[in-house]
Design a protein around this ligand. Structure first.
Ligand SMILES: Cc1ncc(COP(=O)(O)O)c(C=O)c1O
Length: 392
């Protein structure tokens, strides 16, 4: 099939919710991708921050291949070792309580929202402006962005948004009726905006004062992305509940909600469920990803490569360079055009999170040479910006 054939199938059979680039990708290895014509791309986007250890890492491929040949799915009515081992590993490596497995970031957040309501019945959830917590109705209601919410009103009631950078506003929005405050330590889809320590501390204090849960959405910041396994481990604020997805499966669909011990049994039998959640196939994959990500050398490299890329972006004269570890962004007057040109003309995969923001979230296994190569390709794409746009 040609790319034109695929475009016809998309036009006729897929709901038009995505704007795809005219590229058919057929293979990946580490930070490289290849299209159907054999062109090689350098990938600094990692499938929206999911291919955490690169494409087709041999350890992940081997784990999935082995598990696929044994047992893929039986539901949560029975025991499977990978699921139990992954729950133990996630708990011990984070908040020390209990885990619920979901299949995506939005679903992991649905669990956190339900847990908060179970903890404090009819309670409100306070979120920050610019947040993105997902597209399901609960997670969408926690995502205070007009364009995403408005067409789907009425939303789930009981969510309140406060300014992103105002500790006082946050503190006064939290009261005895607040069930939870939900925060991404670095807002991802909103444009790679680290939340200030003042806001995080204010959230912790307000939650303690009013018996509300502090929930960190680590769907994008987790699994080593910011240089510690979970972003909160690099800060001095510890949440009561955290969610993870994206990088957890290294490309496989899995999400999880993890509690501190005090909240481990808030959700009771029958309160929540997911047919596929934490099945043995994805759990085996996630265990293999954790083996790689948790190696101290990998986490150290995240900080080194992040600093290298950030310095390189500054050297290119780019404005608004920001982020943590390998979660970076910069400003550009026409981010979508730059991203398109980078992909189609310079075979560099980066992403626009908005009209003026370009985001880089490569695999944590990115090498120093690949980081330099990415910067060189970006320089070429920037230099070409006055030429007519790519039309392929
Ligand atoms: C912080 C955060 N939370 C939740 C989600 C939703 O995850 P998913 O698309 O897997 O439902 C995303 C996705 O971008 C995210 O970045």
């Amino acid at each position: 099939m040609t790319l034109a054939d695929l475009e016809v199938l998309e036009r006729d059979f897929l709901m038009p919710t995505y704007a795809r680039f005219p590229v058919e990708l057929v293979r990946g290895e580490g930070c490289r991708l290849w299209d159907a014509d054999g062109h090689e791309y350098l990938d600094l986007f990692a499938g929206v921050a999911t291919a955490q250890i690169g494409h087709c890492h041999p350890a992940l491929v081997e784990a999935v291949r082995d598990q696929a040949g044994r047992l893929m799915h039986v539901s949560n009515l029975y025991y499977t070792e990978p699921s139990m081992r992954l729950a133990e590993r996630l708990s011990r490596g984070s908040l020390g309580g209990k885990v619920f497995f979901a299949n995506s970031g939005a679903e992991a957040n649905e669990c956190a929202i339900k847990l908060a309501r179970r903890h404090k019945p009819r309670g409100e959830v306070v979120v920050l402006d610019g947040a993105f917590h997902g597209r399901t109705m609960g997670a969408l209601s926690a995502t205070p962005q007009e364009t995403k919410q408005e067409p789907f009103a009425p939303l789930v009631p009981g969510f309140r948004a406060v300014p992103r950078d105002d500790p006082g506003a946050l503190a006064s929005a939290v009261g005895d009726r607040t069930a939870a405050v939900m925060i991404e330590p670095v807002q991802g889809e909103g444009g790679v905006n680290p939340i200030s320590m003042d806001v995080l501390r204010a959230a912790r204090e307000a939650c303690d004062r009013h018996g509300a849960l502090l929930v960190f959405d680590e769907v994008q910041t987790g699994m080593g992305r910011t240089g510690t396994l979970w972003a909160w481990q690099g800060l001095d604020v510890r949440p009561d509940v955290m969610t993870t997805a994206k990088g957890l499966g290294g490309g496989l669909p899995i999400g999880a909600c993890v509690t501190a011990p005090e909240y481990a049994d808030v959700l009771r039998p029958g309160d929540h469920g997911s047919t596929f959640g934490g099945g043995p196939l994805v759990a085996r994959g996630a265990l293999a990803v954790l083996d790689v990500v948790e190696a101290p050398a990998v986490l150290a490299s995240v900080l080194e490569r992040g600093a290298q890329l950030a310095a390189g972006l500054h050297d290119l004269g780019l404005e608004g360079v920001r982020g943590r570890g390998l979660m970076l962004a910069f400003e550009h007057p026409d981010a979508p055009a730059l991203v398109r040109r980078a992909l189609l003309e310079h075979r560099l995969v980066v992403n626009a999170t908005g009209p003026t923001t370009v985001r880089l979230v490569p695999a944590l296994t990115l090498t120093a040479a690949e980081a330099d190569e990415g910067l060189a390709r970006l320089r070429a794409a920037l230099a070409a910006q006055h030429r007519p746009a790519a039309t392929i």
